[in-house]
Design a protein around this ligand. Structure first.
Ligand SMILES: [Fe+2]
Length: 198
């Protein structure tokens, strides 16, 4: 990403300088074309690395499917924030939001499992806790070496979430006959767009 930023900056400088040759000169327009092509290719590559919701991932439980879809969106937003790295604060807010919503979702899922006396509840709850503990370890790494840790956190979140949704979360489906919670209003969350650059 760093090299790409340097390349884009260099091309922008070439565009500005080459306009001195006159607007009818082909050079600036060729370089602009290269810049647009780079943007399109980068966008395509970015999308290829993002998580995609598939119908086969649906549990059929509205509350759970909503949370899983929301988590995929939030992880993709975190990925974009790290990829473009516009500001440290935006990356931090995107990560905070993923972690906050993950904990919120785990809590809702666990409430539903407990409410339905799901026999695998304790084991499933332990997996959630292990995931939170692992995130805590990555967050310590993040404070020491943010660049390396961000890549690790992203890979872990993507891998863990997809595996969990496609694996463990399918096991409780037959047991969850009560699928609504009395109080499932989402608590206040900070808006990523409100973040001010450092
Ligand atoms: Fe789960």
């Amino acid at each position: 990403m760093f090299l790409l930023s340097i390349l884009i900056m260099a091309l922008l400088i070439i565009v500005i300088l080459s306009f001195m040759l006159g607007f009818s000169h082909p050079l600036p327009w060729i370089v602009i074309g290269v810049l647009v092509t780079i943007g399109i290719i980068h966008d395509q590559l970015l999308k290829k690395k993002q998580l995609v919701w598939q119908d086969s991932m649906a549990t059929g439980i509205e509350l759970i499917d909503h949370d899983h879809q929301r988590l995929i969106i939030l992880i993709n937003m975190f990925q974009e924030a790290t990829e473009f790295n516009i500001s440290e604060r935006k990356v931090q807010l995107a990560l905070d939001e993923v972690i906050r919503y993950t904990k919120y979702h785990f809590n809702r899922e666990e409430q539903l499992m407990a409410l339905n006396n799901y026999p695998g509840f304790k084991e499933h709850q332990l997996q959630h806790q292990q995931m939170i503990d692992e995130i805590d370890i990555y967050m310590k790494e993040y404070r020491c070496d943010p660049d390396v840790a961000l890549e690790h956190i992203l890979q872990f979140l993507q891998f863990w979430l997809m595996n969990h949704i496609k694996g463990n979360d399918r096991q409780y489906i037959p047991y969850l006959t009560i699928t609504k919670l009395d109080d499932d209003a989402e608590p206040h969350k900070p808006r990523i767009d409100d973040a001010k650059p450092l």
